[in-house]
Design a protein around this ligand. Structure first.
Ligand SMILES: [Zn+2]
Ligand SMILES: [Zn+2]
Length: 278
C-alpha cells in the first residue's frame, strides 16, 4: 500500500501541544484534499493539574480544543472527524478521564500513551531516557498493562516506544513485549503501529544506536496473540497526515496482524458510553 492509499488517521496533534503545527481545520483541509475518510484528532492531553506542560496542551485550552473539533464536524461533513486525546494514565485522576473527558466533553475515543511510566517506588520516569535497563522494561510493561486494565483507552500508542532507548533485542525486550501484548489481548485494547517512528527511523543520525520504533520483533510476537492493531501517522504537521502509513501497513499485512475496524472506532465507544451513562 502507498501512503496516500491509507485513508484513516486517528493520531493527529495540533499547535496546542507546543511541538506540532496547525489547527484542527488545517488538518481537515488536508484530509479532504487527499480524499481521506477519517480524521481522529488526538492532541497530547491536558491534565487537570497541568503537569508535564512542555509537550501538551494547558488545562485551560481543553474547551477551546473540543470546540474546534465540534466546529470541524459541521464544516467538513464529507470527512468523519472524531474527537480524541492521547493521554498518559495518572491513577489519582481516574475519575477525571471518566467524568470530564468521556462524560462532559464527550470524547469519542482516548489513546493511552506511556511517554512516562511509574517505577517501583511509584515515581514517574520519562520513557525516552528511562527504559535502558531490564527493570525499567518491566515497569514500562506493567504501566502499559495497568493503563489497559482501566478500560479507558481504545488503543495504546507506540507500545514499542522502548526502541528509543534500548539498543538490542534480548530476553528482556521479549518479556516486556509479551507482557504488553498479552494485556492487550486480555483487555481487548488495540496496539498502534506508529508511522511517525518510521519517519524518525528514516531521519535517524548514524550515531544513534537505538532501533527506534516500530521495532519489528515486537510485532512478530504480536502475531502469536489474538490482538488487534492500528496504523496511524501520528501527524504533528498537516503534511504528515499519511506519512509512511503505507510502510506501517506493510508490517500489518506481512505479519498477518488483524487491523482494528476503523469504521467502528469512536462510534462503538461513544455508543457504549452513552449506554453506560443512562
Ligand atoms: Zn507529540
Ligand atoms: Zn502522538
Amino acid at each position: 500500500m502507498q501512503d496516500h492509499e491509507y485513508q484513516h488517521n486517528f493520531h493527529t496533534h495540533t499547535f496546542r501541544c507546543k511541538h506540532a503545527k496547525g489547527d484542527v481545520a488545517d488538518y481537515c483541509e488536508m484530509a479532504v484534499a487527499r480524499g481521506m475518510k477519517t480524521l481522529g484528532i488526538s492532541d497530547h492531553s491536558a491534565m487537570p493539574d497541568d503537569r508535564w506542560l512542555q509537550a501538551r496542551m494547558n488545562y485551560i485550552d481543553l474547551p477551546e480544543y473540543t470546540g474546534a473539533i465540534d466546529r470541524a464536524r459541521e464544516e467538513y461533513p464529507s470527512l468523519r472527524v472524531v474527537k480524541g486525546m492521547e493521554c498518559e494514565y495518572v491513577p489519582e485522576h481516574r475519575n477525571w478521564y471518566e467524568d470530564e473527558l468521556l462524560g462532559e466533553y464527550q470524547f469519542d475515543y482516548l489513546i493511552g500513551a506511556a511517554h512516562f511510566f511509574l517505577d517501583d517506588e511509584e515515581k514517574w520516569v520519562g520513557t525516552y531516557g528511562g527504559t535502558n535497563s531490564a527493570s525499567a522494561l518491566v515497569q514500562f510493561a506493567n504501566y502499559n498493562a495497568a493503563m489497559m486494565a482501566t478500560g479507558l483507552f481504545d488503543f495504546i500508542a507506540h507500545p514499542d516506544l522502548f526502541g528509543n532507548c534500548y539498543e538490542h533485542w534480548d530476553a528482556n525486550t521479549e518479556a516486556c513485549s509479551r507482557d504488553i501484548i498479552a494485556a492487550a489481548a486480555e483487555y481487548g485494547v488495540g496496539l498502534e503501529v506508529n508511522a511517525l517512528g518510521i519517519r524518525k527511523q528514516a531521519a535517524k543520525r548514524p550515531d544513534n544506536p537505538y532501533p527506534l520504533y516500530p521495532w519489528r520483533p515486537f510485532w512478530e510476537i504480536a502475531a502469536d496473540y489474538p490482538v488487534q492493531v492500528i496504523v496511524n501517522a501520528d501527524a504533528h504537521r498537516p503534511a504528515d497526515l499519511q506519512g509512511k502509513a503505507g510502510e506501517a501497513f506493510s508490517i500489518v499485512t506481512d505479519l498477518g496482524l488483524t487491523h482494528m475496524d476503523v469504521d467502528q472506532l469512536g462510534v462503538r465507544t461513544s455508543a457504549r458510553r452513552h449506554q453506560a451513562s443512562r
